[in-house]
Design a protein around this ligand. Sequence first.
Ligand code: AMP
Ligand code: ZN
Length: 494
Amino acid sequence: MIGKLRVVNSLTKEKEVFEPLNSPHVGMYVCGPTVYSDVHLGNVRTFTSFDVVYRYLKFLGYKVRYVRNITDVGHLLDNSEEDKISKKAKLENLEPMEVVQKYTNDFHRVMELFNNLDPDIEPTATGHLIEQLQMIDELVEKGYAYESNGSVYFDIEKYNKEYSYGKLSGRKTEDLLSQTRELDGQSDKRNPLDFALWKNASPEHIMRWKTKWGVGFPGWHLECSVMSTKYLGEQFDIHGGGMDLKFPHHECEIAQNAGTHGNDGAKYWLHTNMLTVNGTKMSKSLGNSFLPKELIAGDHEMLDRGYSPMTIRFFMLQSHYASTLDFSNEALNAAQKGYTKLANGLRYVQEVAYPEGTQEAPDEKQISQIKKICENCHHAMNDDFNTALTIGHLFNLLKKFNSLQTGQLQFGQLGKEVFDQMKTTFLGFTQDVLGLRLELDLKGEKLVDVVLTEYKAAKEAKDYEKVDALRAELKQLGIVVKDMKNQIDWAFEE
Ligand code: AMP
Ligand code: ZN
C-alpha cells in the first residue's frame, strides 16, 4: 500500500487517517433512493461518488460490506399527511408496491448504465418493520421516546441531557427551536423538535401497519438506524449520503443510535456535495432535474446533443465529491473530449504488450518520472478520494504511453518491470477504481474490424467512393479511421 487513506469526516470536520474498526473488514452504509419516481442526475452523482469509495476500498484490499437501502415507505415529513409513494400509487392507480417495484427496477438499470457496482446488501424499509418496532420499544423503555395519540416521538429534551442533538450538522437546539414554527400536526409533540418514530395513519393512508401503537407507519429516519445496526453492527466504519441528508436525517439517525446503544453508529460520516444547474441544487421538487435518459438522448432544451453514460461519469469524477458540480452543456462537451481521449488511451493500453528481446539501455529519468506518476495516482485517491486529481495523473501516464506508441520512447528504456507497473496502474485506476469502461463491447470492436477489412479492400482496389462512404458511416458512429504507413486502425473521435 502506498501511503494512507485519509477521509474528511463530517462528524469531526477533520481529515482523518482511515482506520477501520475491524480491519480488513469495512462496513459501509449509504442511504439509498426513495422509490417513488425516476432518479435524476443529482442522485446519480451521489451514488457514483460512493461507488468510487467502495471501489477504492476494495482496490486497497479491504473486505467491504456495502449496504445501500431502498426507502420504500415514502418520506415521512412531519407535516405531510401523505407519503410520496402512496400519493404516486393513487395518481397512477397502482398498488404502492407496484410503484416501489417500478422505480426500484429503474434505479437498478440506471446504476448499471453508469457502471456502479451492486451493493452487498440492499435491504428495504418494509422488509424491516419488526426491527423498527423493536427499536421504538427500546427507545421508549430507555425514556428517549414517548407515545402520543397513536404516534411515537423521539424526545429531544431528554436526549440532550446526556447527548447533543445537532452535533453532525453543527446546529444548536436553541437556534433550531427559534426557527421552528408550530404547525398543524405538531401538537402531539412535547417539543417541536421531536421527530416521529411512528406515525398514526389517517384513514386514507394506504401504506399502514397495525401495531400496539395503533395503525400507522414508521418514520423515515428509523429505517437507516435499524438496517445499519442489523447488517453492520452498532459501530461500523462509514456512513454516507448527500449533503442534504446531514440534517435532519443523519442527525436523527445518530440520536436514535445513541439512544438505543450509546454509539453514533458510524465512525466516519461522508457527505457528497450537490449537482447544481445554474448554481441551484438539482431537485425533483424544483423542476430543474435531468433524467439520465434525457441526457443520453439529448432530449432537453439545455442540451445540443446526447452524451454517453461514461462521458457523464467522467464529467462527475472530474470534480471532488465534496465540491459542488454545475451541470451545463459546455461542461459536458469538455467531458466528452476528455473521456474520448482517455478511452482511446485505454484501448491502446489494454492491448499493448512488452516486446521480447528489447536491448535499449534504461532511461533513469523516464523511469523515475513514471514511478512518480504511478505513486501520484495513489496519493490523489488517498487524499479523500480525489478523483479529479487522479484523472490528471492518468493523463500524464497516457502521455508516456503515447511516447511508446509513437516510438519516441523505447520499451527497453523502461524495462519490463516499470512497463508492467505503468500498465497495471493505468488499468487499475481507470477501470477498477474510477469505474470507467469502454463503451464499445467486444462485439462492437469486431464489427468495426469487419468494416475496416472492407475499407482496406476498397482502398487496394482504388474504389475511393466506397472508401469515403465507409469512412463517413464510421464517423457517424463516432469512430475515425486512422490510415497509417503500414496499417489501418481506428479511434473514438475526440
Ligand atoms: P432521495 O431519493 O431524494 O432520498 O435522494 C437520494 C440521494 O441523492 C440522497 O443521498 C440525496 O442526498 C442525493 N441527492 C439529491 N439531490 C442531489 C443533487 N442535486 N446532487 C447530489 N446528490 C443529490
Ligand atoms: Zn438513510
